[in-house]
Design a protein around this ligand. Structure first.
Ligand SMILES: *[C@@H]1O[C@H](CO)[C@@H](O)[C@H](O)[C@H]1NC(C)=O
Length: 303
């Protein structure tokens, strides 16, 4: 129960970071729709250790703990030292020197299947993975400039006081897509996320995307998949997020045309995050089930 109460307190106190709660919850609910039976079972067993956590509660947990586990703060993003909007790119050696979302996915992937770890640590590893595969799909979580846009003050639908470019990509755009007011209570966010996940799922079906088969799921070399995901995410920083330059962003309300252009990007990234997370969890559950001497490569950066 303690973690529940702590979470409730932190949920109200926290500044906005990472896809906001709705984004992360949606990634969790969407992934769940693509889980194999084995994966559903495996996830349920691990989350049974957390009081009444559904998949979406588990997917936002990492944001709640980051304020008392300061060492985890750098695990939510990768600071691409590129030069947007002229040139974008993620370079693992250059951008992940002290750890980043890519090395965090690698680390937690190896921990979640490691029987020498306590059940608590394995459960937490799963919850970190549910969160970080979401984060790695937010364009400004794969960008260093102005602390991932946190220092670029902007206006969104005439709100100018606390808004910055990072927070509108985390939260404002998503709330507007889902008809949510700027500040919503916990339950409304959950309901909105469940509904949005169903819509994104139907959208995938209509496009002929019916399984996770196309997604990278090499759990023995997590870096290769995560570098690919981060690179794809970061490319949006040049092609859209900062394409018009910082002055333009500061001088235009971003709730209009900019929002309209951002919607398909956000929908596509949340949708990809859900599919990829499902592919990952399905592969993890299969490995946990077969239990045949699992090893994760932890190659290029020391963990
Ligand atoms: C790996 O994860 C464990 C458990 O969360 C953590 O204690 C450790 O600091 C992590 N290591 C790195 C290098 O991120």
């Amino acid at each position: 129960m303690r973690s529940k109460i702590l979470y409730a307190i932190l949920a109200f106190a926290q500044p906005i970071v990472g896809w906001g709660d709705v984004g992360h919850r949606t990634v969790g609910y969407l992934a769940q729709k693509y889980f194999t039976d084995q994966a559903s079972q495996w996830v349920d067993n691990l989350l049974a250790n957390e009081n009444e956590y559904d998949i979406s509660d588990a997917a936002v947990w990492a944001d709640a703990v980051r304020y008392h586990r300061h060492y985890t703060e750098g695990w939510h993003f990768v600071d691409a030292n590129d030069n947007p909007p002229e040139s974008c790119g993620v370079n693992y050696k250059r951008d992940c020197v002290n750890g980043c979302v890519i090395s965090a996915i690698t680390n937690q992937t190896s921990i979640v299947l490691d029987h020498s770890q306590s059940t608590t640590v394995q459960t937490e590893a799963l919850m970190y993975i549910l969160h970080f595969i979401g984060d790695i799909h937010q364009p400004l979580h794969a960008e260093k400039l102005d602390r991932g846009g946190n220092e670029i003050k902007v206006c969104f639908d005439n709100r100018c006081s606390k808004e910055n470019l990072h927070s509108i990509w985390d939260t404002d755009i998503i709330h507007k897509i889902n008809g949510l007011k700027h500040t919503e209570k916990h339950n409304q966010e959950k309901d909105a996320a469940a509904k949005w996940a169903s819509q994104l799922y139907s959208g995938n079906q209509e496009k002929g995307v019916t399984s996770t088969a196309e997604e990278c799921d090499n759990i023995q070399d997590p870096e290769s998949c995560s570098v690919q995901w981060a690179t794809e995410t970061n490319a949006y920083v040049c092609s859209y997020v900062l394409a018009n330059g910082i002055d333009w962003l500061k001088n235009n309300d971003l709730g209009g045309d900019y929002y309209d252009g951002a919607v398909p990007i956000v929908e596509s990234q949340i949708s990809k995050a859900g599919l990829r997370l499902a592919a990952w969890v399905n592969a993890l559950a299969a490995a946990a089930g077969s239990d045949s001497g699992f090893t994760v490569q932890r190659g290029r950066v020391d963990l």
